[in-house]
Design a binder for this molecule. Structure first.
Ligand SMILES: [Zn+2]
Length: 86
């Protein structure tokens, strides 16, 4: 996945579709499987998860829980959890 603001893979979060078909955050960046990158920005994470960017990149449905995992990994999880849009 491309993102105009991403310059460095270390600044990105890697999500991997494992050979078993599950989708998970890959903190090491080296997990086996098909990977996609998301940058550590609120808007990018939201777009990647809720707008289907990751699902298209990895060709599998993305669990909604991944958004929380990405936000936590990106250090964005300090905001109140009751502020979700619906
Ligand atoms: Zn981005």
């Amino acid at each position: 996945m491309s993102c105009r603001t991403s310059r460095d893979k270390r600044a990105l979060l890697r999500v991997v579709r494992t050979p078993a078909g599950s989708v998970m955050l890959d903190p090491t960046g080296r997990a086996n499987g098909r990977g996609a990158y998301v940058c550590r920005a609120d808007s990018c994470i939201e777009r990647a998860v809720t707008k289907g960017g990751l699902g298209r990149a990895l060709e599998v449905p993305i669990p909604e829980t991944l958004e929380t995992e990405l936000r936590t990994a990106a250090g964005l999880a300090d905001e109140p959890a009751d502020n979700q849009e619906d």
